[in-house]
Design a protein around this ligand. Sequence first.
Ligand code: SF4
Ligand code: SF4
Length: 445
Amino acid sequence: MLKTFSIGGIHPQENKLSAHQPIVAAEIPSKAVILLGQHIGAPAKPIVAKGDVVKVGTKLAEAAGFVSAAIHSSVSGKVSKIDTIVDASGYAKPAIFIDVEGDEWEETIDRTPTLIKTCALSSEEIIKKIAEAGVVGLGGACFPTQVKLTPPPSFKAECVIINAVECEPYLTSDHQLMLEHAEEILVGVDLLMKAVKVNKAFIGIEANKPDAIQLMTKIASTYAGIEVVSLKVQYPQGGEKQLIDAITKRQVASGALPISTGAVVQNVGTAFAVYEAVQKNKPLFERVITVTGKSLAKPSNFLARIGTPLGQLIEACGGLPEDTGKVIGGGPMMGKALVNTEVPMAKGSSGILIMNSSEAKRAEAQNCIRCAKCVSACPMGLEPYLLGALSEKGDFERMETEKIMDCIECGSCQFTCPANRPLLDYCRLGKAKVGGLIRARQAKN
Ligand code: SF4
Ligand code: SF4
């Protein structure tokens, strides 16, 4: 029997419209806007100024603390200003604006397609290179990778788990990356194992990607200690805690760090970025992104430069369809509606989903009928109907005791609710409010 996580889960329609579309290099934008905060933690500190000439790969901003990440230019040209722009969250955020001229790369970057398997660097040197390249978790969380590779001394890493699940409907960027860059990904996994000094790694892939499982298994067999695990298709298996449970049968306790189970989880795209950073001296300034939707003329997988306006990628797929209802940054389950399509692509941009007007329409919310379907679906063992009611009432203290901070915002509860209750919205609001309460309490103490 295929492995999966033990609590909750749902089976939304997959709609992988761009599956097996080869990765195409997207056109370089004429103006790039590089956000300074593309990761969890402090926004990076600019080290360039208006008028500076930069190349592809030039460092633009330095990590501003332990939990932060460096930012590099994805284009060559001149810095026109440092200003704010509305990002995917809908808030104005600081960014470096660059007028693009040509496509000149830093000479230190190895642009040849030669696969480099061996690496004589120590664990510390590998982690330093990853930090210098500004690598962050590419599954969406954008946690600076070097931080995850340096767990607190009280924890000991026992294995690396690679998240190649891609359980979000519609998204296909990780699947296609595995089909086209399996060799590089495996070297990246080996480097991650060296970085955290373990001799075991698991690559979790859902069974709906048999070609990726076959290819990755074949290449993994040439490495010591790397095992590909075929997983039952079940959303949200890509959640860190769910994936650890599915593969190791260990559960992360409420409020505990995933490393408490001995697992260091990294996304498959991150493993590829680690390969490029360590073996090719290439900072993270481009990534694979899926642009998709039922009414879109040409759903595609692009290799696009960070800072490209998302609207440019939509244009490359035939433009916004007439019946567009909503443009989502990410997938349909965890993604968020974009306020406009001028939002620049960031390191965490895994997809753009164009929902047509009938898909985007929300059915009217009814009263809760106490069916408990949301409770059965919740992979964190929470009571979403109760969290929703508390959020509606503004009782955030009680939400904290009901463990709202354990919510992974997967949307399984909302998906399954026959009364169309906006449970995910309630949970997101509650988490934001309770997060604020916790921070205020910490500041006081
Ligand atoms: S969004 Fe939160 S409450 Fe709802 S199912 Fe997911 S983890 Fe549970
Ligand atoms: S699924 Fe919806 S209707 Fe059923 S208990 Fe949960 S909130 Fe109520």
